[in-house]
Design a protein around this ligand. Structure first.
Ligand SMILES: [Zn+2]
Length: 268
């Protein structure tokens, strides 16, 4: 399930929803982002981590609290956890855990690790907050809109943006918390892209790209999509169907986006 690999980074991709897990190696640490989904996939990621860890410290970053992204927290109980303040203060923790339990029940899945909502050791409270490791700096930005508790992580020396559920090539924006926030987060993504000279983008679902032109294009496409929600044309669904291979499975999310965009002014 290894989808992309360079000197310092390995990106795994699940068979489910092309969900990514990222592993970054540096001299004093291993950083794991959103380990997921199926038991054999988690097992593969876990053995990879065990093989390379040595005496280094294991960090676990969660890009947001959707259940598919926190599903394997319990497989890495000793890791030092990083997530946003809204993630740490999520009022619906039990609901996220219940979604994992329901998913596993539906597909007769058993796991050899406990299911729980991760406790956060380092809470990201503001844009530009950093974690300085020996040879690597992580810079964090809050990224609400898809969910309230989204987090962008920039690996400075590698000019890499770990975007969570934004800037995917396989899905249009899913707005689960706020249209206005989503629009602002895409502005922020564009500013980050320039400020940190990003050349590698890892989305939460879909394909890694190492082409700045494609990153710029994905930011633009998200913005265009958000604009189209505010003033939808008759042919919009057909356009999306042509663009996204799995559109039929996402149609409801698009229709919900249209409703949320319409109420945009009333959502904080
Ligand atoms: Zn997701």
């Amino acid at each position: 399930m290894i989808h992309y690999q360079n000197e310092n980074m390995t990106v795994f991709q699940s068979a489910l929803y092309k969900t990514t897990t990222t592993l970054i190696e540096t001299t004093d640490a291993i950083i794991l982002i959103d380990p997921n989904w199926l038991p054999n996939e988690v097992e593969e990621i876990k053995s990879f981590v065990e093989r390379v860890l040595n005496n280094r410290k294991l960090y676990l970053i969660f890009t947001h609290s959707d259940f598919d992204h926190i599903i394997a927290a319990g497989a890495f109980p000793k890791a030092f956890v990083i997530a946003s303040k809204a993630f740490a203060n999520n009022p619906n923790k039990d609901e996220a855990v219940q979604q994992i339990i329901n998913f596993d029940a539906q597909y007769y899945i058993t796991r050899d690790y406990p299911i729980y909502y991760p406790a956060v050791d380092l809470v990201i409270e503001e844009d530009g907050q950093k974690l300085e490791l020996a040879l690597l700096t992580l810079t964090f930005y809050l990224a609400p809109g898809h969910t309230e508790d989204g987090l962008f992580t920039i690996v400075e020396q590698q000019r890499t943006l770990l975007a969570g559920d934004y800037l995917s090539d396989v899905e249009f924006p899913f707005i689960d918390s706020s249209y206005a926030d989503y629009v602002a987060t895409m502005e922020k993504a564009e500013a980050i892209f320039h400020k940190h000279a990003i050349h590698t983008l890892v989305p939460g679902h879909g394909t890694v790209t190492t082409k700045p032109a494609e990153i710029a294009e994905r930011i633009k496409e998200s913005k265009v999509y958000l604009q189209s929600l505010a003033n939808p044309e008759a042919g919009l669904e057909v356009q999306l169907q042509n663009k996204y291979q799995f559109f039929d499975g996402m149609k409801d999310a698009h229709r919900q986006n249209l409703k949320i965009a319409k109420m945009g002014d009333y959502i904080e």
